[in-house]
Structures are given as C-alpha cells and as structure tokens.
Design a protein. Structure first.
Length: 177
C-alpha cells in the first residue's frame, strides 16, 4: 500500500491513542481508539486526500478538545467542532455510498437529504454514546439538554452544508464531462 499525505494524520491518531491512554487511562484509550478507527474510514472508501486529511484532523482535534476541557474554556468551540465533524462525516458517508453504487445520478435534493440524514443519524448515535459514557463510565463527559440539542443542531447544519457542497460538486463534475 502506498502511503499518502493523510496517513501522517492517521499516525497522529496512533500517537494520540498512546498518549491519551497513558494520560487519561482507559477512558482516554476508548475515545482515541474510536478516533483511530474512524480515521481509517476515508482511506478505505477512497476519499480525496484533502477530505481524508481534514476529516482525520477534525476527529483528532475534537477528541483532544474534549480531553483537555477546551470545550469548557471556549464556549463556541463545541458547536463549531460538531458542525465541522458532522459535515465531514457526511461527506465520507456519501463517498461510501458512491463506492457501494447506491447513489447513481441522484438529484440535488436527494443528495442533500440522504447526506444530511446519514450524518444526523450518526450524530444522534454519538450523543447517545456521550450520555451513556457520562452515566456509566465517567461523569466528566459533558452532557445535558442544552449541550445535546446544540450539538445535534450544529451537526444537522454541518451535514446540510456538506450535502449542498456535494451536490454542487457533483453537478460541476457532470458539466465538466
């Protein structure tokens, strides 16, 4: 397998797993193990390198922001990371559908709806995992009504933006052919 530039970002995920485990114990290990696994998804589906690198870097940044309590220090950061991460997850999920052959020449509205729906569902699962983590694993995991609804709203917005960008890019590709 040929190494690509975004593999360096994946290497940062490996380093984060080691450091996160040493510093934060098994909770840090669990978080960074999820991040590490997630960083291999864009590579597996053949995402463009810029998307691959940005997606991976955002996941790593988001995890470190949580561990270092940056979300408590910078009020707007949690919303910004949820919007960006969910939008990038939406783009990678769309790429997975392309690889599986499930999207064909879907019209713009279908592209936006499917992309936003996939990412919104994944964001909801993440919020459930955050709640479960807070409830049964570590009370430092920040949850609450305002946090959850704000995170979901930001995620939906990011996913819709991703769907629109994907639609515009697909339309441009069809014109360029």
């Amino acid at each position: 397998m040929v190494l690509i530039a975004s593999d360096l970002v994946r290497a940062a995920a490996v380093v984060s797993l080691v450091v996160g485990t040493v510093v934060y114990g098994w909770v840090g290990a669990a978080l960074f193990f999820l991040v590490l696994g997630g960083t291999f998804v864009p590579r597996a589906v053949g995402a463009r390198q810029w998307l691959d690198a940005l997606y991976c870097a955002t996941l790593i940044f988001g995890a470190w922001a949580a561990q270092l309590d940056w979300y408590l220090a910078v009020e707007w950061l949690d919303i910004a990371v949820h919007a960006a991460a969910t939008g990038l997850i939406a783009a990678v999920a769309w790429r997975l559908l392309e690889v599986l052959g499930g999207v064909g020449d879907a019209p713009t509205s279908v592209t936006v709806i499917v992309t936003a729906s996939m990412a919104t569902a994944l964001a909801a699962v993440w919020e459930i995992l955050e709640w479960a983590g807070n409830r049964w694993i570590d009370s430092r995991i920040q949850v609450g009504y305002d946090d959850t609804v704000g995170d979901l709203a930001a995620g939906v917005a990011g996913a819709v933006v991703a769907g629109v960008v994907i639609s515009l890019a697909r339309r441009r590709e069809r014109v360029d052919r």
